[in-house]
Design a protein. Structure first.
Length: 217
């Protein structure tokens, strides 16, 4: 009688197989990583645009109820620095929005650091100049070329303009946000001074400061 031989099972993988799998994973990562990064970046920019739209609605409601806008110059060192700092704190206090403005791009902190280095919403005395000076990392948000006519001023003396201040934004995200807000297709690393979304020229870290028009009264 012939006795059947036991079946031999191979355990594990050979070195060649392991190297092949690693190479395949590395190739897929190299192909997919830029696409995944791009999707994430677009999502952050889109969520920022949505947050700005919500700010516009809340600000319009504030104006309708109060028939005025307070001055909040973007100074101070607390999140609740209403008297001198951030207009979005007024919106929260008045029940027009549930939380302080934040977005997916730029510098997002909620500590007691200076407002001039982190995202918030300002309400400032307007610039009545017809020509818009390109914004910098420290100056901007009081003049916007809303009608895209450099020969006419968009604001009148005595008005207050509300703008979102977003520092530390990558130039790629600034260009993408500008496209969503203004419909422009910008290139390069220079400042943008046309429309409702303005940004400074890039700094040493390839970052810009973005100013987005919300409303004026």
């Amino acid at each position: 009688m012939k006795v059947p031989q036991p079946t031999r099972h191979r355990n594990g993988f050979t070195l060649i197989e392991i190297i092949g799998v690693i190479a395949l994973v590395a190739l897929l990562a190299a192909i997919l990583a830029p696409r995944v990064t791009g999707v994430v970046s677009r999502g952050k920019v889109s969520s920022t645009a949505e947050g700005i739209a919500s700010l516009k609605t809340a600000t319009a409601d504030y104006i309708a109820k109060n028939s005025s806008l307070p001055l909040r110059a973007g100074t101070g060192s607390t999140n609740n620095a209403v008297a001198t700092g951030r207009f979005d704190a007024d919106l929260v206090a008045g029940g027009f929005t549930e939380k302080l403005f934040s977005c997916g791009i730029g510098t997002q902190t909620f500590d007691e650091s200076e407002l001039t280095s982190r995202t918030h919403v300002r309400s400032q005395t307007v610039s009545t100049s017809a020509s818009i000076t390109a914004p910098t990392s420290t100056a901007g948000g009081t003049g916007f070329d809303l009608d895209r006519d450099a020969n006419t001023a968009d604001f009148s003396t005595g008005q207050v303009v509300v703008s979102a201040f977003i520092p530390g934004v990558s130039i790629a995200d600034a260009i993408a946000l500008n496209k969503q807000v203004d419909g422009d297709v910008n290139t390069g690393t220079g400042a943008d001074s046309v429309g409702r979304c303005l940004y400074s020229a890039v700094d040493a870290d390839n970052k810009v400061t973005v100013y987005v028009y919300i409303a004026h009264y």
